[in-house]
Each structure stands twice: as C-alpha cells, then as structure tokens.
Design a protein around this ligand. Structure first.
Ligand code: ADP
Length: 790
C-alpha cells in the first residue's frame, strides 16, 4: 500500500476532520449501524489502508451514478457517514471485506485530494435531539405499525431488527434504523440520510415505507396469480397427459385437431351438396381452433354430427308395382275400396312420372278407421321407409322447424328429425292429426308446415337448427285429419283429400273376423285351436261393448279377450276356449251399451234427430214440453249458439203456420216452451236439428205423437224451407243402427245418398223434404186439424 502524501488527521471530537474517504456504490450507511461490504476499487483499498494506519476512522459517502467506475468530486453526494473500521478481512480473490460501524453524519467541506485516494475535509453533524411530543409519538407508532406490516409481507427481516424498531423512541434514530434495514433504493436512503430534522426524516421514511408496502402487496398478488396460473397450467397439462395416456391405452384418439380432420373427411364423403359442405367445413375450421373439451367445441361437434347424420344422398329405390301395392293394401285392410283405388291411382301416376311433385294425400275420417295403417301399407307398397310425426297439440313453429343454434339445448324440428330417423331422403312421412295444429302467440306452425308441403318451396327447406337447405321434394307426405273443416285452408288447398267414413256393423264384423281377431291371436301367441270367438259373440262385442265409428275399441276388446285367455292357456296348454255371448261378460265385464235408446212408442214432443260428430253419427233425441206460462223459451242440454238460434227460428216458423196447424195463435204468450236435448252434458251445436226441433214443438203444441221409427235431419229457415246438411253417411248409419225405418233428409242431400252404405240403403227408406210441412206430414202420426179460434 503506498500513500504519497500524508495529511494530519484531526481528533475524533473536532467538528472538522480530514479523513480518507471510501466511495460507496449503491450503498448508504447510517450512524449507529454495522455495515459489512466488499471493497474492490483500488482507490478504496488505499483509503482503507490509510485509515487503518491512523485512527480507523473513514468517511463513507455514496456516488450518485452507479455506472461511474472512477467518480470525481462532483459525482459524490456531500452527505456521508464517518465510520469506524472494526475488521478488515482479506479475501482470496484479492478483494477485502470490511466491517464498519457508522458513527455520525458528516458533510464534505472540501476534497483535499482525489489521488491516489480521496481525502476529504468533513464537518461532523450533531444529531438533533428533541423532546417527544404527541405528534412525534403518533408518527413513531404509525411508522412502527407500517414496519410491522412490512415484515409480514417481507419475511427476510431478522427478529432482532424487529425488536430494535420497537425499542426506538427517537424519530431520527428510528428513521435511520428502519431505512437501514429495509430494501429501499440507495438514492431513497440517501434522501433519509440528508434529512437532518428528525421528525421530517421519519415522516419521509413513513411515506416511502407506505409506498414500498403497496408495491409489496401488488407484487404478492402478481406472484400469487402467476403461481395459480402455473398450478392450473400444470394441472391441466397433467390431466391432459393422463387422458392421452388413457385414450392411447383404449385405442381412442379424440384430439380436437384430429377430430376436426375426421369430420372434414366425413363431410367430403357425405354426398351433401357443395354449398352445404362448405358451410360445415367452415365449422370444422372453427372447431380446430377451439380449446379441447370446451363447451363451444362440443356444440359445434354435435351440430356437424347432426348434419352428417342426415341422409343427404341416400334414398330407397322406388319399386312401384301396382298389383303388389293393391295386394298389400288388401292384405292389411278390409273394404275401403275407394281409398285403395285412389292410392293405386296416385301410385300409377308416380310410376309414369317419377318426378311428379306435390302429391300429398290427406286421409280424413273418424278415429280408428284405418288412416294410419293405410299410410303404413302405402310405405310398404312403395318399398320406402315409414315415419309417423304426430302434430296433435303442436303450437310452436319451432316444433316443426327447430330452434336456432344460439339456444341452449337447440334441436332440429320434427320434420328433420323424421328424415334422420328414416335414414333416407325419400321416406313416407305421415303427418298425423294435421287438423289439431295449435296456433297462438308462439308462432304459427301451419305456416312452417306449408313450406314443408309446398312442392315449390320444399326442395330448399331450411330448419332453424340445421341452418341450410335440405331437399324434401322426394318425400311422400301423407296427412290425416278427423275433421277436414279444421285443416287450415292454405294447407287444405295443397292436398288430395280422401275421405274415410265410419264402418257399418257388417263392415266391423268382417274387419273383426278377417283382420282383428287373427291379428290379436297372433300378437298374443295363441293358436286358433285354443281360442274360438263365435260369430254371434263378435256381433255382441260390436253392439254391446263399442260405440264408435272405427274399430279401435273393438280391437282393444278383442285383445282383452286374448289376454285373459292367455292366462288360462298358460295354465292348461291343451284347453280349448270358446267365447260365446253367454260367457262374454266373464271376459269383458257387463255390457256397456244396450241397444240404441230408440223409443219404442210414438210420443208427443219427442223426435229422433240425427247428429254428426267427429267420431261418427249419433241419434239425437229432442224433447219439447209446453206448459202454461208467459211465453218463455227454455233451451237446455248444452246447446251451442247456432243450435239455439235454430230453435228460435223453428218456433217463429211454427208461429207463421199456427193457423194451419190448429195451434192457438197466441201460444207464444200463453205457454212456456222448454226444448231439451238429452245426454245434457254432451255439448251439441249446428243447425241440422232445425227440422227436428220444429217437428217436436208442433207435436207438443198439437198433442199429436211423432212416429218413433222416423228420424230426420235438416236445417230449417224462417219460411219453413229445409236446407241441406253434412255428414249424411254417418247420420244415416246411426239411424240404421237404431233400427229406424224412415229417414227424412233435405232434398238437396239426395245426391249424397250415393255415399251411403248399401246395407243402410237396403233397410232404410229415405224421404227427400223441401218444406217443413212435408216433414210434419211424414213424422206426425196424424194430420193436425185446422182449428178456428174463437
Ligand atoms: P286411425 O289412424 O284412422 O285413427 P288406425 O289406422 O290407427 O286408425 O286403425 C286402428 C286399428 O284398426 C288398426 O289396428 C288398424 O289396422 C285397424 N283397422 C282399421 N280399419 C281397418 C280395415 N278396414 N281393415 C282392417 N283393419 C283395420
């Protein structure tokens, strides 16, 4: 160590001293603290040597710019600390480790020398001692609490330091102590060092400490987040790796990228039109970008899979063989010749012109007359797939057309579902109960159906879910309805309507013996040897246990007999069961219907009306009673508005003929007239009982009985004209069943007699009527006498 010049060193207690100066880089020492640091720069080592030779005092001051290798006098702060060197340790790498204790603040007055080491004249700064005040006490406490907070976030503070902070009662010293022991930038520490006023020093420090705390808490949050993320990523990664390993073991592979590729391949092979393919390929591109297993990706996959499951290019080959078709229709159905002819005609046209569009059959008739089963046979005859879509109670357009994909749980509508179920693009689709479509605020399903059935539009039918056109033009649509009047007009116009009427007793008998009984025996696995149902018994079932237009409940009764017999046959396999009218009640319980309630006697005020409901024709007896009163008219028996009006018309019509009929002219003010239609709970409506009501009123007013074997139907006008009615076939059938001999019908309905079953025509006489007078002549047991009123 060489020192060129020697300056006198002042004693410790003098305010001005010339001291070898050690320049600190990025470090600040405070009075009263031990500092340990490595010394490397040559100037520093020389200064250290000088100090060791003298009184081991050294002035420690920081340089402003850390990057400066050889700082000059201007590069130094002026405020530093005079320290005593406690220990110097030489290190193996030529460096020196210094232990020094800060004694007091000192300020550079002049730099005496800069070379070979810095020698500075410094002025000792006495610490200012103040009496504690509530202010200083508060600041001390506040800073202590901040420090407390600090060590909770920053765990590297040794416990003795914590103790030191608690014990400090002087603002300046506390500030120095804390500044020394927390991680602050050196320039901030220098600021504290330079602040000589103890209160302000602590104040400054508390501000810095608060800021530091803030930074620490943000840091903590960031690191927590980063940790979470790492944890989550690691967890995901781990699980995914496990999944891959499991999939590998199972020989599966559902990587989304590969899944998208697989779907792409399937789309290209699906045979769907180009435009549709492009749309789906775009979905695959989206899928490939989705994170594995996300909700969105499963929505896309389901969508593409649904589209792919549609039979875009798959159709069954039409084998139209008219003879075979007829054979199949005959095999499954008794009678119905007109319907079968119409169907065979349609098929013939289809054979001649396979591209014909818009052939939609609509089978209209009461329940159980075979509409559904005819449609099934048509599909079989054509060799096409068959799907039934029930429209009863469909109120919502999206039921037909599906929900948009944006809805959670969206699905295709019934039509596309039917196509999917059929698996071919040319099935026979039966749209059952098209007259029961609902229509309300949720949308009009009939307009969606219109698009399905309209041959001009249905080659580009767009379901909301599928969201691209599907060609429905090859589908053979058959619809069914109970009541043609309830089919929305635009739909009705587009269909070929075929009416199926109700069955006669004879027809039912034939259907039962030739079709239903063999079918039910087969279904129950019973051979004809084991169970015999006699012909009279079959007739008994028809009359005593069913009252319907079709044969559905007849079929149910037969199946009940089969079920009950099956129990006996299982017990004794050789047994032969004979069901006869005598033991029928053992199987079916007591008879539900007696012979139709036709009155056996001619009665005053009781007439046989005829009604038509969607389940067939019915006898509608009407009773009229006349009592002394004030001209009130009572109408009971759940009569609808039209029927009530019709009753009033009938009364007025009779009033105009009162003279001729021998009825007192003022009957309408002297008597109350009560009109009642029995089976009061069954709602009845329509104008077709007008003639019947007029007849009953006349009978009640004239006291002339009405013939019990006459039934009638017809609307009446004020002038007594009889207007035509609907449902003649069903009504006359009801009359026939009731044993009626004569049926009075409006003369304009005579042409409809062609529709009436020949069995009915054989046993019932039809009398055409134009005026109510003719009706009265035919129905009353004697002619009313013209009475001259006094
Ligand atoms: P709908 O659709 O008109 O209500 P279904 O087609 O369901 O009636 O017929 C009910 C049952 O009656 C079916 O089992 C059907 O085979 C049978 N059926 C109806 N009409 C006939 C018929 N003419 N010949 C043979 N079975 C018939």
């Amino acid at each position: 160590m060489e020192i060129e010049k020697v300056y006198p060193i002042h004693p410790e207690d003098e305010p001005l001293q010339v001291l070898p100066t050690l320049i600190l880089r990025g470090l600040v020492i405070f009075p009263g603290m031990m500092l340990q640091f490595d010394v490397g720069r040559k100037k520093s080592v020389l200064a250290l040597g000088k100090s060791m030779e003298e009184n081991q005092l050294i002035f420690l001051v920081a340089q402003r710019d850390l990057t400066e290798e050889d700082p000059s006098a201007e590069d130094l702060y002026t405020m530093g600390v005079v320290a005593r060197i406690r220990q110097v340790v030489r290190r193996t790498d030529d460096g020196i480790r210094l232990f020094a204790e800060g004694l007091y603040r000192a300020k550079i007055c002049t730099i005496k020398e800069e070379k070979p080491f810095v020698l500075a004249e410094v002025e000792k700064i006495e610490p200012k001692k103040r009496q504690p005040t509530p202010n200083t006490e508060a600041l001390i406490r506040y800073t202590q609490s901040l420090f407390d907070n600090y060590i909770q976030n920053y765990t590297h503070v040794p416990p003795d330091i914590v103790l030191g902070v608690v014990q400090q009662k002087d603002c300046g010293e506390l500030a120095d102590y804390i500044a020394m022991n927390i991680s602050l930038d050196f320039d901030k520490k220098q600021e504290i060092l330079e602040e000589l006023h103890p209160y302000r020093r602590l104040q400054r420090l508390s501000v810095m400490l608060k800021a530091e705390l803030e930074i620490l808490s943000i840091e903590a949050r960031i690191s927590e987040k980063a940790k979470d993320q790492i944890d989550e990523n690691q967890r995901d990664y781990y699980l995914r790796e496990q999944m891959k390993a499991i999939a590998d073991e199972l020989g599966e592979d559902d990587n989304p990228l590969e899944e998208a590729d697989q779907l792409r391949e399937r789309i290209e092979k699906s045979g769907m039109p180009q435009e549709q393919q492009e749309k789906l390929l775009k979905e695959c591109d989206r899928l490939a970008k989705m994170p594995d297993g996300s909700h969105e990706s499963s929505v896309i996959t389901t969508y593409v899979e649904t589209c792919l499951s549609l039979p875009w290019g798959k159709s069954s080959k039409d084998r139209i063989d008219l003879q075979k078709a007829r054979r199949i229709l005959d095999r499954d159905h008794y009678g119905l010749n007109k319907v079968k002819d119409r169907i065979v005609e349609s098929l013939a046209v289809k054979k001649l012109n396979p591209d014909i569009k818009g052939q939609i059959l609509c089978l209209v008739g009461p329940p159980g007359v075979g509409k559904t089963s005819i449609a099934h046979s048509v599909a079989e005859a054509l060799g096409r797939k068959y799907v039934r879509v029930s429209l009863g109670g469909v109120r919502d357009e999206s039921d037909i057309r599906g929900h948009r994909r944006t809805y959670i749980g969206a699905m295709p509508g019934r039509i596309i579902n039917a196509i999917k179920q059929a698996g071919t693009n040319n099935p026979v689709i039966l749209l059952d109960e098209i007259d029961k479509l609902g229509n309300d605020y949720r949308g009009d399903p009939s307009s969606a159906l219109l698009e399905v059935l309209d041959s001009a539009q249905n080659n580009t039918f767009v379901d909301h879910y599928i969201d691209m056109p599907f060609d429905l033009s090859k589908v053979f649509f058959i619809t069914t309805a109970n009541d043609a009047n309830n089919i929305p007009d635009p739909l009705y116009d587009r269909m070929d309507v075929i009416t199926l009427g109700s069955y006669t007793h004879e027809e039912k008998f034939n259907i039962a013996t030739k079709y239903l009984i063999p079918k039910q025996l087969k279904n129950s696995g019973i051979s004809t040897k084991n169970l015999r149902i006699s012909a009279t018994c079959t007739r008994e079932i028809i009359d005593g246990y069913t009252r319907e237009a079709g044969v559905r409940s007849l079929e149910r009764q037969i199946s009940t007999i089969c079920r009950k017999s099956a129990v006996q046959i299982v017990k004794e396999p050789e047994t032969v069961i004979r069901v006869t009218p005598k033991n029928l009640e053992e199987y079916l319980g007591p008879r539900k219907f007696r012979n139709e309630s036709q009155n056996k006697k001619d009665m005053i005020g009781l007439v046989n009306g005829l009604a038509w409901t969607s389940v067939g024709g019915e006898m509608l007896p009407i009773e009229v009673a006349v009592m002394d009163g004030t001209g009130k008219i009572e109408l009971t028996g759940s009569l609808g508005d039209v029927m009530k009006e019709s009753a009033r018309t009938a009364i007025s019509c009779i009033r105009t003929r009162a003279d001729k009929l021998g009825i007192s002219k003022d009957f309408y003010s002297k008597y109350d007239i009560h009109i009642h239609a029995p089976e009061g709970a069954v709602p009845k409506d329509g104008p077709s009982a007008g003639a019947a009501m007029a007849t009953a009123i006349t009978s009640a007013l004239t006291n002339i009985p009405i013939r019990h074997d006459v039934a009638m139907t017809g609307e009446i006008t004020l002038l007594g004209r009889i207007l035509p009615i609907g449902g003649l076939r069903e009504k006359t059938m009801a009359a026939y069943r009731a044993g009626i001999k004569t049926v009075l019908i409006p003369s304009e309905n005579v042409c409809d007699l062609a529709e009436v079953d020949s069995v009915v025509k054989d046993s019932v006489e039809f009398l055409p009527m134009e005026k109510i007078d003719q009706v009265l002549d035919a129905a009353l047991t004697k002619k009313p006498e013209k009475v001259v009123q006094s």
